[in-house]
Design a protein around this ligand. Structure first.
Ligand code: GLU
Length: 419
């Protein structure tokens, strides 16, 4: 059996996390089952004409986990390992993330099993437009609003907005967030997730009497989340000693300059060849002796085999689901403070919400206003999680989950079950 298949799927991890949190809530079993079950799941197989003129079939997904609190929200992922179980897990995590930030949304996720870097620009555009058309029966500003995730970006969101709009016969900017600013995107959206990772890390450290300028940090992943988080923490004085991506990593005990690293990545396509440091593997990065570890790549990267080796005292989950359930337990037992994904990386969906509101009103905010509101929402809910952890005497993930789940359960109670 391949290694992957032996491991619990991301969906099983997501369900286990829910059930762990539910132990601390007075939720009847039937309500738990309702909250665990994805509302609708669409699988599409569709053709794309490749540059050589031949047709190739692709498989895509869009899962709506919950519509209890409003239209569904969540990104679209392009990655070769995308499958239904992964998208289900990611959709469920969006439900809790949106509820935790008190946004009027349910959770969704979508994806296509493809390596986007293997496609030409034209192929990527045709794949995106066809996938968007295939899932358009589920989309709409009042229905389901996608956004970028691993392997997608503002340009791809622009094509989705255009495809949906062409079919409608008029422009519908609010159907997708994370778009280019010229077509209704929001200022501050690109930086939002990484900035939120910095805010929640800074806040967690403060509660322990530590400042960002006193800590060393290792960041796994140098995409939209990892690179911005590294820059934001560097700006606050943290020493970024290691960074990695899918090709490998780089280590410098005296600190790396993430802005210079970014310039290198823009040219070379990877951090692994950065000359001002020593090459390291991803495993070495994850087990490095640092104060703060930021896994900002994919789910399941720290499992029960790796967890005993982890030396960081704080883990800031920039990625969704980077720890398996077993790893989470091992790390908590070791006294590691884990800032859970649904809190740590929620900055992206918070500014997505601002983008949607701005599009619906056709009135756009300044970057200052966006930063101010992002900080307000993240820190208000950070406080709520911290207090919940103290009151219930639980870790931050369980605290975040119990808060989020009880908000959705309260909305379900208010709506009732039809008919
Ligand atoms: N893909 C991001 C996430 O996992 C953003 C979702 C959104 O903005 O809707 O939170």
């Amino acid at each position: 059996m391949p290694e992957e298949a032996k491991r619990r799927s991301a969906y099983e991890v997501a369900k286990a996390q829910f059930l762990e949190a539910a132990k601390h809530l007075n939720l009847p079993e039937d309500i738990q089952e309702f909250l665990l079950t994805p509302k609708r799941e669409l699988i599409v197989h569709f053709p794309v004409i490749m540059d050589d003129g031949r047709l190739r079939m692709f498989t895509g997904y869009r899962v709506h986990h919950s519509t209890v609190k409003g239209p569904t929200k969540g990104g679209i992922r392009y990655h070769p390992s995308v499958n239904l179980d992964e998208i289900r897990a990611l959709a469920m995590w969006m439900t809790w993330k949106c509820a935790l930030m008190d946004l009027p949304y349910g959770g969704a996720k979508g994806g296509v099993a493809v390596d986007p870097s293997s496609l030409s620009e034209g192929e990527l555009k045709r794949l995106t437009r066809r996938y968007a058309a295939e899932i358009s029966i589920l989309l709409g500003p009042e229905r389901d609003i996608p956004a970028p995730d691993v392997g997608t970006n503002p340009r791809i969101m622009g094509w989705i907005m255009d495809t949906y709009s062409i079919h409608k016969g008029y422009s519908v900017p609010a159907v997708v967030t994370g778009k280019p600013i010229s077509i209704g995107g929001s200022k501050g959206r690109i930086d939002a997730t990484g900035l939120g990772v910095m805010y929640t890390t800074r806040e967690t450290l403060h509660r322990k009497g530590i400042h960002l300028h006193e800590v060393t940090v290792a960041v796994q992943g140098f995409g939209n989340v990892g690179s911005i988080a590294a820059m934001a923490m560097h700006r606050e004085g943290a020493k970024i000693v290691a960074v990695s991506d899918v090709h490998g990593g780089v280590y410098n005990p005296n600190g790396l300059d993430p802005f210079d690293l970014k310039r290198h990545v823009d040219q070379a396509g990877t951090v692994a060849t950065y000359p001002l440091g020593d090459p390291i593997t991803n495993r070495e990065l994850l087990t490095m002796d640092v104060d703060v570890l930021v896994p900002a790549a994919l789910e399941g990267v720290i499992d029960e085999e790796l967890a005993p080796e982890v030396k960081a005292r704080f883990i800031a989950e920039g990625a969704n689901g980077p720890l398996t359930v077993e790893a989470d337990k091992i790390l908590l037992d070791k006294g590691v403070t884990i800032i859970p994904d649904i809190l740590c990386n929620a900055g992206g969906v918070v500014v997505s919400y601002f983008e949607w509101v701005q599009d619906l009103q056709s009135f756009f905010w300044t970057e200052d206003e966006i930063r101010r509101q992002l900080k307000r929402i993240m820190l208000t809910n950070f406080d709520a999680v911290w207090d919940q952890a103290l009151v219930k005497n639980v870790d931050l993930r369980t605290a975040a989950y119990t808060l989020a789940i009880s908000r959705v359960a309260e909305a379900l109670e208010a709506r009732g079950v039809y008919p």
